[in-house]
Design a protein around this ligand. Structure first.
Ligand SMILES: Nc1ncnc2c1ncn2[C@@H]1O[C@H](COP(=O)(O)OP(=O)(O)OP(=O)(O)O)[C@@H](O)[C@H]1O
Ligand SMILES: [Mg+2]
Length: 404
């Protein structure tokens, strides 16, 4: 009986109007085609988004890693006084001793070794191979520079003064002995970035055939807490060994800046490094063959102790070049360029407020414009475009508060 009822249904369905079904079918195929197309578009978009997302993820990871590295606190360099199993007594740079734990990863630590200690917990996290890590030559640049006085544009008076104070006593100390005066032990160059301070120091070294030791103040105090003062000592010992020497201390404000109070251990550390620098300055002779040139963009920040008589007591401003200076700098930097006819006066006029470094950048950019168009010489137009570019780059930097 049941069977017959299902047969009934079949019979009923066969009575459906076929033309209608065909139309519906057509309609459905069309709809399916459309959906398939849409599907393709969507999966394309999806692929793109996935690619983008993986790129962004990678970028995020990189930035995150960088951030984590920046967040890591500096480690204290300290001395292991004694050690037993996973515990040790360490002596910090300030002389205080602590009983602390030794991290499991640290192997082969003996008393007398130097170790890196976490600032908060004071646990030993790494053994430090002193000879390997603190060879002073790794923290400085030591060279025989090639820059000559004639590669400096403008700055006539400044050059004259640097030569009198640095070059003359090194070359002709007898002049000073005869007259009976003491030349300054060193000078302080101050002024905006890119105005030629480093260049002057290098030219002074070159003209006296002196060893040039460059130290960057901020690096000295940031690299490893606890070693700044020792590094200063080692640097001057090296300077004496390699004499005649010019020690160039860039960003000297990082070492010798005015501080309200010396509260944190970081500040005390800077202070110790600074005291060592003063001690070194006081320790050597006016007519010795080691000279110091300090440089800073922030003269107002300097602790006056560094510029007291007998220390860096000749203070020289290295300002932005005037029109004549800019012309000379432009000449220096275009001397080896292959040029069409260019109107230097007009260019110099357009570069008001540019530093020597900016003018050099203009020359480089102008050269690039020529190279991009596969020309073999640089035109006035190239320079105009280059000035515009350097000008705009500068503005961007200012907007982003770079020199704020
Ligand atoms: N007076 C100049 N004559 C020729 N070139 C210059 C002059 N001033 C700057 N320059 C160019 O700019 C570059 C950077 O200059 P330098 O490093 O001497 O500036 P700085 O005053 O030490 O700057 P910072 O304060 O940023 O250290 C030089 O290598 C040189 O190519
Ligand atoms: Mg410099």
């Amino acid at each position: 009986m049941e069977k017959s009822s299902s047969e009934d249904e079949i019979v009923y369905s066969e009575t459906i109007d076929l033309s209608n079904v065909e139309e519906e079918n057509k309609y459905l195929t069309q709809a399916i085609n459309k959906l398939e197309e849409e599907n393709k578009v969507i999966s394309n978009t999806l692929n793109k988004l996935e690619q983008e997302s993986s790129m962004l993820r990678e970028l995020f990871n990189n930035v995150n890693n960088e951030l984590n590295n920046l967040k890591k606190p500096a480690l204290l360099v300290s001395e292991v006084v004694s050690i037993k199993d996973d515990k040790a007594i360490v002596k910090l740079p300030n002389g205080n001793k602590f009983y602390c734990y030794v991290s499991q990863d640290v192997e082969g630590l003996n008393s007398g070794d130097a170790a890196l200690v976490d600032q908060k917990s004071l646990n030993i996290v790494q053994k430090l191979d002193v000879n390997e890590n603190f060879e002073v030559e790794k923290y400085i640049i030591l060279e025989k520079p090639k820059e000559e006085w004639k590669s400096i544009g403008g700055l006539k008076d400044v050059i004259q003064e640097v030569r009198e104070v640095i070059e003359l006593p090194l070359k002709k100390p007898e002049l000073f002995e005869k007259i009976g005066i003491n030349p300054p032990k060193g000078i302080l160059l101050y002024g905006p970035p890119g105005t030629g301070k480093t260049l002057l120091a290098k030219a002074a070294a070159r003209s006296t055939d002196a060893t040039f030791i460059e130290v960057v103040g901020s690096e000295l105090v940031q690299k490893f807490i606890g070693e700044g003062a020792k590094l200063v000592k080692d640097i001057f010992a090296l300077a004496r060994r390699k004499a005649p020497t010019i020690v160039f201390i860039d960003e000297i404000d990082a070492l010798a800046s005015k501080r309200m109070e010396t509260g944190t251990s970081g500040e005390r550390e800077v202070n110790r490094t600074f005291m060592q620098l003063l001690a070194e300055l006081d320790g050597f002779k006016h007519l010795g063959n080691v000279k110091i040139i300090g440089a800073t963009n922030r003269k107002d920040m300097l602790d006056t102790a560094i510029i007291r008589p007998g220390r860096l007591d000749r203070i020289i401003e290295v300002g932005l070049p005037d029109e004549e200076g800019r012309l000379e700098i432009l000449k220096v930097h275009t001397a080896n360029m292959s040029l069409e006819k260019i109107k230097k006066k007009e260019l110099v006029n357009l570069m008001g407020g540019f530093s020597g470094a900016d003018i050099r950048a203009v020359c480089t950019e102008a050269g690039y414009f020529a190279i991009r168009e596969e020309r073999s010489s640089v035109t006035h137009e190239d320079f105009l475009m280059a000035i515009d570019k350097v000008y705009r780059d500068e503005e961007d930097d200012e907007e982003s508060g770079f020199f704020g």
